[in-house]
Design a protein around this ligand. Structure first.
Ligand code: MSP
Length: 662
């Protein structure tokens, strides 16, 4: 970019920043609301981290941001899982949702609201919406006969099926025949075609437009069945409570009910609606770009400005799913490499609209090359030199040389390039631009050779200018990575002794006049690739040691000794983490004849929600103890191996709770 253009662009963006801070423009962004049916994996985190990156970027630019996420808790799928686990659907979702909220906290997700579709405010609003649509004739009663995919909660016609299976997920479908309510989706077909054809911004990336037009809109829309009677875990139709509202109608409206639409307090709705962007995975674009706008058209409400359908994070060539057993646990990755490394990898590794593949080696290589080598080394070398040659404090002595101008020009243009890419959700390219600046700054060290300048007293002012330039380039890069790497920016700013001045300050070279550096922790320790990959494989069982050493035998006991231990089958009816005790879970057990609390050191191996409904074996006559302030009446049996795996012992099949194990 030539310098006068950069200057004009800079003035414009400063003005925009000023205008925004005077009367903040709103920006409303949403993620899909997640099914609490599976433990969330890295693929789910992908969408949420992307939304969080946008939300942080927009806030940093001065927007008044509303960032919504939440959970989609109704439907046949959830009811079935809860039944299998022998708990009520509400008990089941309560357990899982708390885990989801914890995961988002752990990943530094800065959502402003979290909606649960079981929230009373949402339930009432959905009932009002359903009634309104019914009263105005957009919903009518008839009979549904067709196919249903429960995992996707989707209706399909005979011709839409692929080899008799769900065309989305390939799983078997079920025949359905129910008296149902229908939404007049077909009535909106032409308007929807117009919407997608004439407003290219509405559905992005643009390949999704043809997918929707060719696969659904042009072949023709059928009216949509919007109620079910064969199960009851849903929002009852207020004027016909044998029916519950179809889960997608219930779920899609979360984007407005979370803001208080159709309630007495709709301030936020008036302020933030329409959404600026709904970020969704590509398989649910259909619901968001066809059904959702049609509902809004029927309600006479403005449409979201954009639906963005991102690609999938694949593993071994396929979509991650619990049933395939190929999920990657984000918690494990964060524990090992830190939240910023994981967030950086997700945003850097694949272009946002397209599919990408997750693999451990790619993650470790990114950490080593981009984070430890390029960024981490730059910061630590600069800090060490400022410390060594100037006791920590450096200012610009104005002793410039030709080589400085190239660095400054790049530092001045990078924020504008990054902004343009971030506005288009091209996170990977935006990060690549920031890393060009980081690379250029590293090269500047090689070019200026501060260690050589330090040998000549007369060159000290030049050396100080060089170190100042390095700190200033680092400061700019640190401000720019902030939306993605929430924890690294403050650490870098602290180490170079810069104030946090925010996004817009990245556009002003010289915004920080002097730096007083402070040596700090290594930002990203280098990882030994081979050792780490071997450890990861061992963890997933692939390379688990084959030879099992013979254990030291314990003292022999008699059958009578054993009989002194009372072992009983119990069912976990509730489970939660214990604050301040990382390893402990507090379980409530049902033994049939009584309920009791047990504290167990298995929090590193199980999420509380995974345990609810599970049968366990408990040592029932163990003397009670207090662990971290919680009473424990017994102990549950687990097996653990040399590789650090631990599994709860449970009976092989159906057996009544309270049964004695002997
Ligand atoms: N509950 C619905 C959404 C209702 S929104 C009104 C749903 N839930 S989900 O839990 O199955 O998926 C939530 C989001 O996670 C979807 O956007 C989905 O595409 C995304 N992902 C799930 N697995 C994914 C990958 N492996 N990669 C990327 N995104 C993935 O659908």
């Amino acid at each position: 970019m030539n310098r006068s253009y950069a200057r004009i662009a800079h003035i414009f963006s400063e003005l925009k920043g000023m205008v925004l801070s005077m009367a903040k423009e709103k920006f409303y962004i949403t993620t899909p609301i997640y099914y609490p049916s599976d433990k969330l994996h890295i693929g789910h985190s992908y969408c949420t981290v992307a939304a969080d990156t946008i939300a942080r970027y927009k806030r940093a630019q001065g927007y008044d941001v509303m960032f919504l996420t939440g959970t989609d808790e109704h439907g046949q799928k959830i009811q079935r899982i809860a039944e299998e686990k022998g708990v009520t659907p509400q008990q089941y979702v309560d357990g899982i949702v708390s885990g989801i909220r914890e995961l988002w906290k752990m990943m530094d997700i800065s959502n402003d609201r979290f909606i649960r579709t079981t929230d009373e405010m949402h339930v009432k609003a959905v009932q009002k919406i359903f009634t309104k649509l019914y009263e105005q004739g957009d919903i009518y009663k008839s009979e549904y006969e067709g196919w249903y995919c429960t995992p996707c909660e989707s209706f399909w016609t005979e011709v839409q099926l692929k080899d008799g299976k769900c065309p989305d997920c390939g799983r078997p479908v079920e025949k359905m025949k129910e008296g149902s309510y229908f939404f007049r989706l077909s009535k909106y077909q032409d308007k929807l075609i117009d919407l997608i054809r004439n407003n290219p911004d509405f559905l992005q990336p643009s390949i999704r437009q043809n997918e929707m037009l060719n696969n659904f809109l042009i072949p023709g829309l059928d009216d949509l069945c919007v109620s079910r009677t064969s199960f009851d875990w849903g929002i009852p139709v207020p004027f016909d409570p044998k029916h519950v509202v179809y889960v997608w109608l219930d779920a899609l409206t979360n984007y407005i009910t979370a803001l208080g639409a159709f309630s007495d307090d709709d301030e936020a709705f008036k302020k933030y609606w329409p959404a600026d962007v709904h970020l969704v995975g590509k398989e649910i674009v259909r619901f968001h770009s066809i059904i959702w706008p049609a509902i809004l058209m029927a309600l006479d409400l403005p449409l979201p400005k954009q639906v963005y359908g991102h690609g999938w994070l694949l593993l071994d060539g396929g979509k991650m799913s619990k049933s395939k057993g190929n999920v990657v646990d984000p918690v494990r990755l964060i524990e090992k490499y830190g939240v910023d490394a994981v967030r950086y990898f997700l945003m850097r590794e694949m272009p946002f609209g397209a599919d990408g593949t997750f693999n451990n080696e790619a993650l470790i290589n990114r950490i080593n090359s981009d984070l430890a080598n390029d960024l981490g080394n730059l910061v630590s070398r600069t800090v060490s030199m400022a410390d060594k040659y100037f006791g920590g404090t450096v200012c610009d002595r104005g002793v410039t040389e030709e080589v400085d101008s190239e660095l400054k020009a790049l530092a001045e243009s990078t924020p504008h390039t990054v902004e343009k890419l971030m506005d288009e959700f091209q996170f990977s390219n935006a990060l690549a631009e920031i890393w060009k600046l980081i690379g250029r700054t590293n090269k500047y060290i090689d070019e200026t050779m501060p260690w050589a300048l330090a040998k000549d007293e007369a060159k000290k002012p030049r050396l100080e200018t060089v170190l100042y330039n390095l700190c200033e380039a680092i400061r700019i890069a640190a401000e720019l990575i902030a939306p993605v790497m929430t924890r690294t920016t403050p650490k870098i700013l602290e180490q170079i002794g810069a104030e946090s001045r925010g996004w817009h300050s990245s556009k002003t070279w010289g915004a920080q006049k002097s730096f007083t550096v402070k040596k700090g922790e290594v930002l990203f320790p280098r990882i030994d690739v081979e050792a780490e990959l071997a450890a990861l494989e061992a963890e997933t069982g692939k390379n688990a040691p084959q030879e099992i050493p013979k254990p030291e035998p314990k003292e022999e006991i008699t059958i009578d000794d054993f009989a002194r231990t009372e072992l009983r089958v119990a069912k976990v009816i509730a489970c939660e983490k214990i604050k301040k005790a990382k390893k402990l879970l507090k379980l409530q057990l049902d033994l049939g004849y009584e309920k009791r609390q047990v504290v167990s050191g298995i929090a590193q191996y199980y999420e509380p929600d995974e345990l609810i409904g599970k049968k366990v074996v408990v040592v029932a006559n163990l003397k009670s103890v207090k662990l971290c302030g919680e009473e424990s009446f017994g102990m549950i049996l687990c097996a653990s191996d040399e590789n650090g795996n631990l599994k709860i012992v449970n009976p092989d099949g159906e057996i009544a709770i309270g049964s004695e194990v002997r």
